[in-house]
Design a protein around this ligand. Structure first.
Ligand SMILES: [Zn+2]
Ligand SMILES: [Zn+2]
Length: 148
């Protein structure tokens, strides 16, 4: 089977990973999660993920730390992150599921551009107000930083 790869890394580049995809497959689409724990974990309004099989996902450099995120209902979520820079890298449930959600912001720039189609939004009822209709609100939009 011919495979194609997408790669990614954390902010400090200590941790690197590779995802092997059958070249016949279409590239994974981005899934946004609006749950409260993803907001806290990412420090943002939602998490953006691509979901692949655990057997396709492999760390090629470094070892992430794991935080076991136990909620009142449902299985625990194992959240992996870089111990040096704190970047969230992946999450998976501990119930024997084969899936792993890889944070799409950690993909290499080239692969992030390749996996840029939105596939689904989950925990949609928790979507933050500022994200709803974001593009309809008239605010300054800049390509540089806040200060520039
Ligand atoms: Zn790092
Ligand atoms: Zn979530």
């Amino acid at each position: 089977m011919t495979e194609t790869y997408v790669t990614g890394t954390c902010l400090c580049q200590e941790i690197q990973y590779r995802i092997a995809l059958p070249s016949s497959d279409t590239l994974p689409k981005v899934i946004l999660c609006h749950c409260n724990n993803c907001k806290r974990n990412t420090g943002s309004g939602f998490s953006a993920n691509i979901v692949v099989l655990q057997s396709q996902f492999k760390y090629t450099q470094g070892t992430p730390k794991v935080y076991t995120d136990r909620s009142d209902k449902g299985p625990a979520v194992l959240r992996e992150f870089c111990p040096s820079c704190g970047t969230p890298l992946s999450s998976r449930t501990d119930d024997g599921s084969d899936d792993v959600a890889v944070k799409s912001g950690t993909l290499s720039e080239e692969d992030r551009a390749r996996c840029s189609e939105l596939g689904m939004e989950i925990f949609h009822h928790r979507k933050d107000g500022w994200i709803r209709g974001m593009e309809d609100v008239d605010v300054p939009r800049r390509n540089g930083s806040m200060a520039s």
